[in-house]
Design a binder for this molecule. Structure first.
Ligand code: UDP
Ligand code: MG
Length: 342
């Protein structure tokens, strides 16, 4: 058994009687079109929250450049040099939204971190409510979309169907919640211990446990630029969610295998009876060819799915780092507590 660090559980948290240090983490991939507006609105929000003593004056925004090919990093560096509330982290190349987000979450200090997208689709207005929930003891606060009326019918249908499918496969997931959430320090430290190569944070966070709360919001349309989640990446993430959290597809193969075997036994009995008791036992083309195709198809499907899981084991066994930081910018503020952590 690992030793318990008793300091973690000692007394009331430091923010019980003063505003908590809340940092914001925003992954950005080719977001130069939207960043100035995002920064302006966040800067404004931070000033208000600090003036209202909702968050501590040390709170900052960390923009993680996920190997962008446009002027995103130049925009971030310029912002960080002008505005003390903004800092930047540049990844050495594009590692994908989930890894960029993880890098931000693992690299910044503070009592809690709020993660959100760069494109202003997430309603900033609910942040005071999220912080309030945190102060009342919720270690994780999920921001959940109330409606999907801004989505195309296709996206709405596939997204909702997907959440239901995951649920049916036994994956614990918060319906209509993406990556807009608050994580307290304890949840962040717990997350550090999960070393999976294929990250699907929205499936992982509910596994942490801890008291959690939900705050609802209406999602707007992307303020500028195009979605960085084309169908291909979307399907990739969806598949990640299924295969990282559920062995259901593997069981499905076993089930299908059993059914097909039973069907073949029944067919063999039928063929035998026909042979023995009737005179219609012409060797039929259909009854030979159909099972060959059918079994061939099932076997290939089965092999494919097993292969997918094997590939995951292979990737995971390499234990490669999930990201590399190339540069940072801005005035990183650390509390004394954070110094122990980082
Ligand atoms: N993103 C990223 N790396 C990627 C793709 C996306 O960091 O490889 C970021 C992107 O900049 C944005 C967030 O992930 O802040 C969500 O992407 P987007 O808004 O394009 O997704 P959508 O809302 O269309 O699903
Ligand atoms: Mg978006």
């Amino acid at each position: 058994m690992e030793l318990i660090d008793r300091r973690t559980f000692a007394g009331t948290p430091a923010f019980a009687d003063k505003p908590p240090l809340i940092n914001f983490v925003i992954p950005c991939y080719n977001e130069q079109a939207v960043l100035p507006e995002t920064a302006a609105r966040l800067g404004q929000l931070l000033s208000t929250l600090k003036a209202d003593a909702v968050i501590s004056a040390q709170s900052s925004v960390y923009l993680v450049d996920d190997g962008s090919k446009d002027g995103t990093w130049a925009t971030i560096s310029e912002l960080a040099s002008r505005h003390a509330d903004f800092c930047g982290i540049k990844l050495s190349r594009n590692r994908g939204h989930q890894n960029a987000l993880l890098c931000g979450l693992m690299s910044v200090g503070g009592d809690a971190v709020i993660s959100l997208d760069a494109d202003l689709q997430d309603d900033l207005g609910i942040i005071p409510d999220m912080v309030r929930r945190f102060r009342h003891g919720s270690e994780v606060v999920y921001a959940v979309r109330r409606r999907r009326d801004k989505d195309t019918p296709f996206k709405r249908f596939t997204a909702e169907g997907y959440y239901k499918l995951l649920h049916a496969m036994g994956v614990q997931i918060v319906f209509n919640h993406a990556d807009y959430r608050l994580l307290g320090r304890r949840a962040l430290e717990a997350l550090r211990d999960y070393r999976e190569t294929h990250l699907f944070l929205r499936g992982l966070i509910p596994q942490l446990g801890y008291p959690a709360a939900i705050v609802e919001f209406d999602r707007s349309e992307r303020f500028a630029g195009d979605s960085k989640y084309p169908l291909r990446k979307m399907l990739g993430l969806a598949w990640q969610g299924v295969t990282s959290f559920s062995a259901f597809p593997l069981r499905l193969i076993t089930g299908a295998g059993m059914l097909v075997s039973l069907a073949s036994i029944a067919m063999a009995v039928w063929a035998l009876l026909t042979r023995l008791f009737t005179d219609m036992a012409l060797p039929g083309w259909a009854s030979t060819v159909i099972p060959i195709y059918f079994l061939g198809g099932i076997q290939l499907l089965g092999l494919g799915i097993i292969g997918e899981y094997m590939a995951k084991v292979y990737e995971a066994s390499k234990q490669r780092p999930r990201y590399h930081v190339e540069a940072i910018c801005g005035a990183w503020r650390e509390t004394d507590d954070d110094k122990d952590l980082l």
